[in-house]
Design a protein around this ligand. Structure first.
Ligand code: JCQ
Length: 257
């Protein structure tokens, strides 16, 4: 998979050299390039922002550096990936469509993503229009109903969620199908040894005895019950969605817990 990141803070993406994503890059499973948006300016101050037309607080990102950056990055990607490769252009944006596990799954099957990090109050709206008119597929993605200072932290999260689903990146593929959200429910509680643990306050804490029983049918049923219970308590919206999936939601596989 090819990933191009556009940002005015390339150093913010340094963690993508580490851990699982760093290994995926070294293994050749991920070709990740980080580009400095300021390299596509032409003035002495490498200006990427200006005051909002119509007035208002804060600054808006100018369209020209974005258009030049996309022209450069898309041309290079097409040349290097060959013939028919086209990118999905992703802008983290609190006004975007919710980014969920199903989004990560769909995007992990694409050959090429361009991840564009906005800053300040946002990007001049004409950039989105220009990209769509140029025939590029554009997605605005929200990671939640809160505001960050810029798209960089969201791009780190999107990259991790997507890249770990690329075949070969996570060693144990079975762990991918068992985790939270893969079936639309929250994960059941997990325990490891010691089965009896005395915490630092002196309280003796037992792991549930059923997990030591060796009865895999009973263990699966217990875990399914805990998943439902926990989802009802913490995320009742997820249970409602399983009963009445919205258009665009991932289809029910019929073998949920
Ligand atoms: C994403 N939830 C919050 C911040 C401007 C495109 O313009 C901007 C983008 C950002 C970054 O995204 C978020 C966000 N999901 O803040 C400001």
């Amino acid at each position: 998979m090819r990933l191009d990141v556009l940002t005015i803070f390339p150093d913010y993406l340094a963690p993508l050299d580490l851990s699982l994503i760093g290994r995926a890059r070294r293994d050749g499973l991920l070709d990740l390039r980080v580009h400095d948006l300021r390299d596509f300016t032409h003035d002495r101050h490498r200006t990427v922002d200006d005051t909002p037309l119509g007035g208002g607080a804060g600054m808006v990102m100018k369209p020209e550096p974005w258009a030049e950056a996309f022209a450069s990055v898309v041309a290079a990607g097409r040349a290097e990936l060959g013939g028919d490769a086209e990118p999905l252009v992703v802008f983290p944006n609190p006004a975007g469509a919710p980014f969920a596990q199903a989004t990560a799954q769909a995007w992990s099957e694409r050959p090429w993503l361009v991840l564009a990090c906005g800053r300040y109050e946002g990007i001049d709206e004409r950039v989105y229009e220009h990209l769509a008119d140029a025939g590029l597929e554009v997605a605005l993605a929200s990671l939640g109903d809160y505001v960050l200072n810029g798209g960089e932290v969201a791009v780190l999260a999107i990259t991790e969620a997507v890249v770990r689903l690329v075949p070969g990146v996570v060693g144990n593929a079975a762990s991918l199908v068992e985790e939270s959200h893969s079936d639309g429910l929250l994960e059941y509680p997990l325990y490891t040894r010691p089965a009896t643990w005395t915490d630092p306050a002196g309280a003796v804490r037992e792991a549930p005895a059923i997990l030591l029983s060796g009865d895999h049918g009973k263990i699966a049923a217990w875990r399914a019950e805990r998943s439902r219970e926990r989802t009802a308590e913490r995320r009742p919206d997820l249970l409602a969605r399983r009963e009445a999936p919205a258009a665009g939601d991932a289809p029910d596989t019929g073998h949920g817990r």
